[in-house]
Design a protein around this ligand. Structure first.
Ligand SMILES: Cc1cc2nc3c(=O)[nH]c(=O)nc-3n(C[C@H](O)[C@H](O)[C@H](O)COP(=O)(O)OP(=O)(O)OC[C@H]3O[C@@H](n4cnc5c(N)ncnc54)[C@H](O)[C@@H]3O)c2cc1C
Ligand code: SF4
Length: 508
């Protein structure tokens, strides 16, 4: 066995129980010759004003991860430094490492940095192993598809289900007799239903120290105080078990419902853990599949949830890697307005937006439909520049990373990629928000009006969007029926909508 010291660099969002770089180096060089390093980079933390609870999550999970590796007998170096390079240089000088092994980052810029720059900066050889946090990292279901070709999510999802044998019968047919049970879902939340709150975790000494450090930093969104997320594998697994026991069964029916009274409803709140490696996709899918086989949850909830994990999440990651680096600059609807200032405070009379923004600031979480049909819907209708919306999401959410943000915000939410991620723009007037939420009750605006001082801005902007983009929308078979509504509008009605939209946009 070779005695040259080898360093394994683990990124803060790669805290896998079985890390491929640790396993590879241990097998090649032996545990004695391996040093595992985790670097807390000031420059990375200060890259933008991030949600403080997210910084606590990552730093605390990294420190707990380092402690658990030490308990398992590994030699671990935790470095706090101005940058990744400075931290790694310090570590390498101290331990005289000749080689560094790391797993490819999920994010484009960091992966470029690992592959193209790191070896030169450190003056040693660098090996970047394939990323195993995503199932598409192990198997690309459509390797020959060009970036300009569209692959719809449903096709992608079925390929993933077949390959990883998820919710399939022995003859290969889908469990429950269908691939998709959406027709049974998408219900609003009845007033009589009270979703059980998700499990929270009392901060221990490590987390309390991180909270104090993060509170002492300037900048950032929200507060570190009140942090109650999982920071270890065991806690994340307890959060998964809690979801399966208490919320999975009703996940499907209420997955699109929104409520001012409940943040999480029947969602899992597992994305913060999945995205940093405390949980893994197949582990989650096998757990919910078992719950179905044990009769603990109906097929429409279990299939709907599995589709989020091996369908949407993997599809988004796959889209990111095939569309980068051009995705960030995509702007198919030529949206040029700046993000309204109220996005940083929640100070708006639109009750739905106020609730969602205030929640994002306070907790770093809002569920999928609020991100899509409240925040992105407004931004798309109002013509806000996609890169600004992307940065707002990146700054506010505890589960935000470049790989998940760009395809979701620029692709799905704003349809700025020319329809490569979603086949139609997700736009809606107040009628949808009223049907799926209780936000309109008590709002200063009238969800039934599109013109006049009390008109709901979502209505005005929705019809204004249809008028402005009528020709493009008519050409999209999925949008045709929405544009038909414009037939009722004479010239003066169109003019009134346009004028009111200018007023709404001028005010915001
Ligand atoms: C505009 C916009 C921004 C988003 N930003 C993020 C983000 O920063 N980070 C993030 O992880 N997800 C993001 N999503 C996807 C999705 O909204 C969140 O994953 C989900 O709300 C997290 O809450 P949950 O764990 O309770 O999800 P659940 O509803 O319980 O879903 C289960 C899991 O499915 C996965 N999932 C479902 N849909 C998606 C999707 N479209 N993309 C990726 N994963 C998905 C998540 O891992 C999630 O934990 C965004 C979606 C939109 C439309
Ligand atoms: S009336 Fe309009 S602005 Fe108010 S909550 Fe409903 S959709 Fe939102």
């Amino acid at each position: 066995m070779n005695d040259t010291p080898v360093t394994v660099w683990i990124l803060g969002d790669q805290l896998l129980r079985a890390h491929p770089a640790i396993e590879a180096v241990e097998a090649q060089a032996g545990r004695r010759n391996m040093r595992i390093v985790l670097v807390e980079s000031d420059a990375r933390i200060a890259q933008m004003p991030y949600q403080r609870k997210k910084i606590v999550l990552i730093l605390s999970a990294m420190r707990h991860y380092a402690a658990s590796l030490r308990e398992r007998g590994y030699l671990v170096d935790e470095v706090r430094a101005p940058s990744f390079v400075a931290g790694l240089q310090r570590h390498i000088a101290q331990h005289r490492s000749q080689r560094l092994v790391t797993m490819a980052a999920a994010e484009y810029e960091t992966r470029r940095f690992q592959q193209d720059y790191l070896s030169q900066a450190l003056g040693i050889s660098v090996e970047v192993l394939p990323n195993t946090q995503f199932l598409t990292g192990r198997r690309n279901p459509f390797p020959d598809v060009e970036p300009s070709q569209r692959v719809i999510m449903e096709r992608f999802y079925r390929a993933m289900r077949r390959h990883f044998d998820v919710l399939l019968e022995p003859d290969g047919s889908p469990t429950g007799g269908a691939w998709n049970f959406d027709r049974l879902n998408r219900r609003p939340l009845p007033r009589s239903v009270a979703p059980p709150p998700p499990l929270t975790f009392e901060p221990d000494a490590i987390t309390r120290r991180v909270i104090a450090e993060v509170e002492a930093r300037s900048g950032g969104v929200g507060t570190a105080t009140g942090f109650a997320l999982a920071v270890t594998h065991a806690q994340a697994e307890a959060a998964l078990a809690d979801f399966v026991a208490h919320r999975l069964a009703a996940f499907g029916p209420y997955e699109d419902a929104m409520s001012a009274a409940h943040d999480v409803l029947f969602h899992s709140m597992l994305s913060p853990y999945l995205n940093i490696g405390l949980l893994e996709p197949l582990q989650i899918v096998r757990t919910v599949e078992e719950a179905y086989r044990a009769g603990a949850a109906p097929i429409q909830s279990v299939e709907g949830f599995a589709r989020q994990i091996i369908g949407w999440r993997e599809y988004i990651y796959w889209q990111y890697w095939r569309l980068m680096p051009g995705l960030r600059d995509a702007n198919a609807w030529n949206a040029t307005r700046p993000l309204p200032r109220f996005f940083w405070s929640g100070d708006t009379d639109m009750r739905c937006l106020r609730h969602v923004i205030e929640r994002a600031i306070a907790t770093g979480y809002t569920h999928h439909i609020e991100r899509l049909m409240i925040v992105c819907n407004f931004c798309l209708l109002a013509g806000i520049r996609p890169s600004e919306v992307n940065d707002w999401f990146l700054a506010h959410y505890v589960d935000a990373y470049d790989w998940v943000m760009q395809p979701n915000v620029i692709g799905m939410g704003l349809n700025a990629d020319g329809g490569l991620t979603a086949t139609k723009p997700y736009i809606a007037s107040a009628a949808y928000i009223r049907k799926m939420s209780d936000y309109c009750d008590g709002c200063r605006y009238d969800p039934k009006r599109r013109i006049g001082p009390d008109a709901c801005p979502f209505n005005t902007l929705y019809w204004n969007f249809l008028i402005r983009h009528e020709a493009t929308l008519r050409a999209n078979p999925r949008m045709g029926p929405a544009v038909l509504g414009l037939a009722r509008f004479d010239a003066s009605e169109r003019e009134a909508v346009t004028r009111q939209a200018e007023m709404v946009l001028g005010e915001n």
